[in-house]
Design a protein around this ligand. Structure first.
Ligand code: NDP
Length: 485
């Protein structure tokens, strides 16, 4: 019998499901059991061509609709997503292995927030009038054209909506390629947009590995590329986009600092460290994986952290009591286990976890290392799994310098009761998305994105509009034209 997660076909182009079985088969594996639940096929060159030509053809008429009309469709799609939240969350759990306890509140709901927010903004995208004596300039905010979205595997619904919603609000069309690891959820986003009234062809989904992404990025018809992925992929995609002078948004990896001063509320700080390391089993780009704890509270912090981490419930992700799921794939599990071994070899002190869980599926126990030093591999490289490194520090000046000593700059957090210090420290940290006495909140109203190697551009908020549109300026002369000859 066909598994309920199996989509009708691999791709969604011009308002309908499309199949081409000549493409390489991509098995979809449920991370909690290792069972194959679906198969899709990578896009062939013919499918890529169909998606790009369809999106190109659909864009102009979409951009000519009023912002109110476009916005209404996006907001209707948000309503449909909320009505189907349970069904979409189950699919997200099949796609990623993340527990239903999380997917019910963080995936289709976050996608719906983006559709609603950008749907609401669509009608307010206006230009300026700039008076110049009798003459004037007016500006128009115009769509970029055909945009490509490429997603990572950790938040397949959310990433499709975080890219698709602002792109469509501004009058662009999009071809979206999910990660080959999680191909299912973006298809539902495409289906729902059609149901909400979006014209066929404005949001299309094609499957495939990096080479399909590469074919999309280098196509001369494409005006913008928005990638969520790792830094090495980001460098390749950015370079390929530069070749065609395309706009880019790069949401890449991180190794973010979370700084806990000894006046912090210990339980809140522990909660922040848990949210910033173990949500989605640590597969979150903005995670605060370098937890700097001031020496005065170190042992108390570690004791409370170990106690609360022991309360994680590993198990069937479809059971809403489960609070901690598996790694997305066996390969990702092995990468993370390799980092855990490195941490042990390099002399970090294991506080809890540290191994694969004794159960089916790709589960790793939530792992905390203490006495981590700045030069250790686990303190320098993005692990993308449930491995928290706790480092000690003495002074504010010292910790800020150490926190900034990384190529990454996605997020940063600080826990302290001293608000002057909190704002000063955040002001001195090189990071794009920051938190004071909290960690990893990502409301659609707030800009999200990194500095340094963690990326360029911002998603969410009004900032995303700037990255999916461009300004035309028009000089209007009221008098005669003066010329030198
Ligand atoms: P990858 O960089 O491996 O892949 C990202 C996407 O790019 C995938 O769809 C991939 O396809 C595609 N891709 C790979 N090579 C190319 C290429 N040459 N041209 C075009 N597309 C290509 O990242 P992961 O999927 O492994 O995701 C994890 C990474 O994503 C982590 O580093 C994490 O920090 C980052 N991330 C960043 C976020 C942010 O907002 N800053 C949020 C979430 C994750 P395929 O995988 O099918 O080969």
């Amino acid at each position: 019998m066909t598994h309920p997660a199996q989509p009708k076909a691999s791709h969604f182009i011009n308002g309908e499901y499309v199949e081409d079985t000549a493409g390489t088969p991509i098995p979809v594996i449920y991370a909690a059991t290792g069972e194959q639940i679906a198969t899709v096929h990578a896009a062939t060159p013919a499918i890529v061509e169909q998606a790009l030509s369809t999106a190109k053809a659909a864009q102009k008429a979409w951009a000519k609709m009023t912002g109110t009309e476009r916005g209404r469709i996006l907001r209707r799609a948000a309503d449909i997503m909320r009505e189907r939240n349970h069904e979409l969350s189950v699919l997200e759990t099949y796609d990623t292995g993340k527990p239903l306890q999380e997917t019910l509140v963080a995936d289709a709901t976050s996608g719906a927030d983006a559709l609603e927010y950008f749907g609401g903004l669509a009608a307010s995208l206006t230009g300026e009038h700039i008076p110049l004596g009798e003459d004037w300039v007016y500006t128009k905010r115009e769509a970029l054209g055909l945009c490509v979205g490429i997603g990572a595997w950790n938040y397949p619904t959310q990433i499709a909506c975080w890219k698709g919603a602002p792109a469509l609000a501004c009058g662009n069309s999009m071809v979206f390629k999910p990660s080959e690891t999680t191909p299912l959820c973006a298809l539902k986003v495409a289906e729902i947009l059609i149901e909400a009234g979006a014209p066929a062809g404005v949001f299309n989904v094609v499957q495939g590995m990096g080479e399909v992404g590469g074919a999309l990025v280098t196509d001369p018809r494409v005006d913008k590329v928005s990638l969520t992925g790792s830094v090495p992929t980001g460098k390749k995609v950015y370079a390929a986009a530069a070749e065609g002078m395309k706009h880019v948004t790069m949401e890449l990896g991180g190794k973010s600092p979370l700084i806990i001063f000894d006046d912090a509320d210990i339980d809140n700080a522990v909660g922040g460290a848990i949210n910033g390391n173990f949500y989605s089993s640590g597969q979150v780009c903005s995670n605060g994986t370098r937890v700097f704890v001031q020496k005065g509270i170190k042992e108390k912090f570690l004791a409370r952290l170990a106690e609360r981490t022991g309360n994680a419930i590993l198990g069937d992700p479809m059971d809403e009591a489960t609070s901690f799921g598996p790694m997305v794939t066996e390969n990702q599990m092995n990468i993370v286990l390799g980092y855990i071994e490195k941490g042990k070899e390099e002399g970090a002190r294991l506080i809890c976890g540290g191994k694969r869980a004794d159960m089916d599926g790709y589960f790793i126990e939530p792992t905390v290392f203490a006495d981590v030093t700045d030069d250790m591999t686990i303190a320098r490289e993005e692990i993308f799994g449930p491995v928290m490194s706790v480092l000690d520090f003495d002074t504010e000046e010292e910790v800020v310098a150490r926190a900034n000593d990384t190529e990454f700059g996605l997020s940063a957090g600080v826990f302290t009761k001293d608000f002057t210090r909190a704002h000063r420290v955040i002001g001195n940290l090189e990071a794009g998305s920051c938190f004071i006495n909290s960690y990893n909140d990502a409301p659609v109203e707030a800009p999200f994105g990194g500095v340094k190697a963690s990326g360029v551009g911002r998603e969410n908020s009004k900032e995303a509009i700037k990255h999916f549109s461009q300004v035309k300026s028009v000089y209007v002369r009221m008098g005669d034209v003066e010329a030198a000859f």
